[in-house]
Every structure is written in C-alpha cells, then in structure tokens.
Design a protein around this ligand. Structure first.
Ligand code: HEC
Length: 478
C-alpha cells in the first residue's frame, strides 16, 4: 500500500510539470514498481533495485519488447536470468537468488507483459508543456524526431546540426529544418551498447570541413569482436570523403558493452576520447598497457601530443590521459577555466562526475561507491591513496549519459552548471557545484525519456537527444 501512495504523489508532482528540487536528494525511483496480485513482494523489489538500472524502472516497458532474444516463455526467462547473457552485459543471477526467486522474477515479467497495452499512459511526457526552474520558464522545441537513438550531437558555426544514430546513420539538419543523411560513414558493429557513437567537428571545421566519429568497429580479422575507434573524414556536401580511422583502442573483445565514448576538444585543439572497460574490469582499467577504461588524448591526426602524461614510459599506451574509469558517457569543458568534466556509469550505484586531470587514476575497480548488479560486493573501499575521489556520485545510479558545461548567455541562471542526462530515471540533471564543494541538483523535464546526449551548440542553445521514441530538442528560455 505504501508505494501506491507514493506513485500518486509522483503523478501529482508530474501534473504540475515542473520540479524545483534544489536538494541533494539522490534519485529514488520516480515510478515505483507496480504491485501485482499473486506475486510475492520479492520480485517487484528486486526488479526495482537490481534490474531497473539496465531495463528501466517500469517493468511494463521492459516486458513490451517486440523481439525477445531468448523467447518470452517462462522457461526462457528463467534461463536468461539464471545464466545471464555475458557478452551482452546481462549478469547471471544463479547462485544469487534461489530457483523459486528467479521463477518469481520470470512471473513478474510475464504478468507485466499481459498488462502491456492495457495500462494507460497517464504519465506520458508532454513536450508542449512549460517547465519552471527557479521561477524561470523553459520550453522545448522539437528539432527532429527522425532518429532512433540520438547518441551524439554536434553543431557547425552556420547552425547545422549533426546527429549520430546508434544504428549507424549520421544525419545533418540544416538551419531551415531540412534533414539529410550523410554517406561515407564507417560500417559499425551495432550490437549491445555499440554502434555509431559520438560526433564532433574540427575546431577549424569552417576551413577544413573535418568531421570525427567514434564508433564500435569490427575486428577486421574476426567479426565476432569489436572495439571503439575514432574515424576522421572531410565533409563534402552530404558525403564524407577521405575517411579513415585515426585511433583504434586495442585489443578487440567479443563483449558488446562499455565502449565509452565521447569526443571533446580543448582550447589547444587536442582531442579527448573516452573508452569504457569493455566489461573486463579486472584486466583493463588499471593496466596502462591496454586502452580500455581510460580517457585518451590525441592530436587531430591521431598522433600523440608530446606532453601527454605517459609519453616515453615503456609499455604504456601513450595516448592515455587518465585511467581507472568504468564507462565514461559524458565529457564537458569549461573553456574559460580550462577544466574537463567527465561522467561515468558505476555498477549498481556509484555513477560519478569527475574532474579529469592528466595522469590521474580514478580508481575503478579498486574503489567504488557501487556494488555488483547481482548484489554481491567486489570492493569495500571507496577511497585509496593515489586514487581520485569523484566530485559527485549517485547511489542509486541514475544511468548518467551525455554532458555539457553551461556557459552560454542564453541561460543566465544555469551558467557555470553541469548538465547530465539520466537514462534510467529519464530527466535532465542540473548539477551546481557550490563554493564549499557541495553539490546541488535539480531534475528538469521529468519523464522526458532516456536522455542520451547533450550539446551546448555554437549558437549557444542547449540541445538534448532522447530515446524511446527518438527526439532531439532545443531548450528555450522564455
Ligand atoms: C548490467 C545491466 C543489466 C542488469 C542489472 C540486468 N540486466 Fe537483464 N539484460 C541486460 C542486457 C544488456 C540484456 C540483453 C540485451 C537486451 O535485451 O536488453 C538483458 C537481457 C535480459 C533478458 C532477456 C530478454 C530477451 O530479449 O530475451 C531478461 C529476461 C532479463 N535481462 C532480465 C533481467 C532481470 C530479471 C534482471 C534483474 C534480476 C536483469 N535482467 C538485470 C542487462 C542487464
């Protein structure tokens, strides 16, 4: 009964369409799990705490999938939950839960499946609404809905937007609203979390038309494997010419998750590339001889800047700028103060915001505020000498994704703040770092959908990319 009341409260809050919570609350479930007759309490509670971070807080949305990888009958569900789908990033829960408990999770999903289509979308996001934050009204302007998973967004000085779709398409939206697909994009390994990832334009794009893409690349020698690579080409009309990979993270792995990856330029024209641990947490992030679990820094031709922190050290990948990262999904730059911000996914709990400095170790998996998805503990340490503390962390994890540092005059009230998306709870997170190091958070646009990408464009507007269904919005301050 308790959380029925809670659901109601949330719906009321939502009907006002705005949230002004400058509190330090960590994100509790905006939608509590539904209660069902005949299903023991265990399943909804376990789903909310152990499955929702990857499958979404509303189990009905999970059960609504059209193509089940493994079949949607009870035996198939029990099999997958027990054994996991290791290469895809689905953990095995056998040994963590009893057979009865796993069966009750399967029942819970099956019952939700029966409800799909019958439940009212009473809490659907209204993108025509006005949103208030600290007395200021904001509106969303739909830029395009001709996208599926808008992973990355970039903008040239003439206002043209470039949007990657994880399925492998790159589109160009001109200022007058016309949309064109760009050809000459590399073929991507669109599996699991992989595909076409970020897009970025050369700081001298007006002169050289160079465009950069990060993507999941097939191992040319073994199609079962992939890794993150950075591709560079020149835009000619609506096609990319002279395209080539300027940087490839080695080695290739069969795993289909934790690719990173964001692209960011600093004021000296150096390019930062993030890559996750590729699901090999005990091998990669702490080993400076391997690429994954790092933030790298390269020149625009892929060569190594001579003042990179590990240049000249034997056995070390010279493009490494910082290490001990799990899966960095956001990079943002405060140009005026030359500060690089990063956000990354923790495991169950422990999403982080970090300030990235050269040569530093951010601790994964030696220190973490999270635990394994299946509830087991892999480290009891949250701090260690020689390892950086996050500026901020979230428990439970919000599924942090995309990032921008706001310094545009278009949003005076947000200046100096960080924007991060929440995939899991589906809102835009505004993080204000106070003088005493404390952090204040505001949740904007609740229930907007899985928020994947954020850009402060060359025109000073903020753009956000959302999934399910795919949309890109421009944020307008009224
Ligand atoms: C770390 C992320 C993660 C967690 C935590 C997680 N899963 Fe998964 N799960 C995945 C991925 C990735 C897949 C495969 C890709 C997909 O279908 O989304 C998957 C697939 C599944 C499938 C198979 C779906 C199909 O199409 O056949 C089921 C069933 C499932 N998960 C149930 C659960 C349950 C129940 C829990 C909690 C006890 C859970 N998962 C926790 C990531 C996760």
């Amino acid at each position: 009964m308790l959380h029925r009341t809670y659901v109601l409260t949330m719906l009321i809050a939502h009907s006002f369409m705005w949230i002004d919570c400058a509190s330090k609350e960590s994100s509790e479930n905006p939608i509590a799990p539904i209660e069902q007759e005949g299903v023991v309490e265990f399943a909804p509670r376990t789903y909310a705490s152990n499955c929702a971070s990857c499958h979404g807080v509303d189990v009905r949305a999970f059960a609504d999938r059209k193509n089940w990888i493994h079949g949607s009958d009870k035996d198939s569900l029990i099999f997958v939950i027990s054994k996991g789908l290791v290469d895809k990033g689905m953990p095995a829960f056998e040994g963590v839960y009893s057979q009865e408990e796993i069966a009750s999770l399967a029942d819970y999903i099956l019952e939700a499946k029966e409800q799909v289509g019958t439940y009212a979308f009473e809490d659907k996001f209204d993108d025509k609404a006005q949103f208030l934050d600290n007395g200021v009204t904001y509106e969303l302007e739909l830029v395009t809905d001709a996208v599926n998973i808008p992973w990355g967004i970039a903008q040239s000085n003439d206002g043209t937007l470039f949007i990657t779709d994880r399925d492998g398409t790159l589109t160009m939206r001109s200022k007058n609203g016309s949309i064109e697909e760009i050809t000459g994009v590399p073929s991507v390994r669109e599996k699991g979390q992989g595909g076409l990832l970020d897009v970025s334009l050369d700081p001298d794009f007006d002169k050289n038309q160079h465009i950069y893409l990060s993507y999941s690349k097939y191992n040319p020698k073994n199609k079962e494997e992939g890794t993150t690579a950075v591709f560079k080409g020149r835009l000619e009309g609506n096609r990319i010419v002279d395209g080539r990979d300027i940087w490839v993270a080695l080695p290739y792995y069969a795993t289909q998750y934790h690719f990173g990856s964001r692209l960011l330029w600093d004021k000296d024209g150096l390019l930062y590339v993030s890559i996750g641990d590729r699901g090999k947490r005990d091998i990669n992030p702490q080993d400076l001889g391997l690429y994954p679990g790092k933030i790298h820094r390269i020149n625009s031709d892929g060569s190594i800047p001579s003042d990179n922190p590990f240049v000249g050290k034997e056995g070390v990948v010279a493009s490494i700028y910082s290490y001990g990262h799990r899966n960095p999904q956001g990079l943002a730059y405060d140009r005026q103060n030359d500060v690089i911000y990063e956000n990354e996914h923790g495991p169950r709990g422990g999403d982080e915001i970090n300030i990235i400095e050269p040569g530093r170790n951010y601790g994964w998996p030696v220190i973490s505020y999270g635990i394994n998805y299946n509830g087991t503990v892999f480290t009891t340490k949250t701090a260690e000498e020689g390892m950086e503390q996050p500026l901020h962390y979230w428990v439970p994890a919000i599924g942090v994704c995309g990032m921008a540092y706001v310094d545009s005059d278009r949003y005076p009230e947000w200046k100096g703040q960080l924007m991060s998306g929440s995939l899991k709870y589906q809102y835009l997170n505004l993080t204000r770092i106070l003088d005493d190091g404390m952090v204040e958070e505001t949740k904007l646009f609740p229930k907007i959908g899985r928020l994947r990408s954020i850009l402060q464009g060359t025109d000073g507007y903020l753009y956000i990319g959302v999934e399910d269904p795919g949309r890109v919005y421009r944020i307008l301050r009224k």
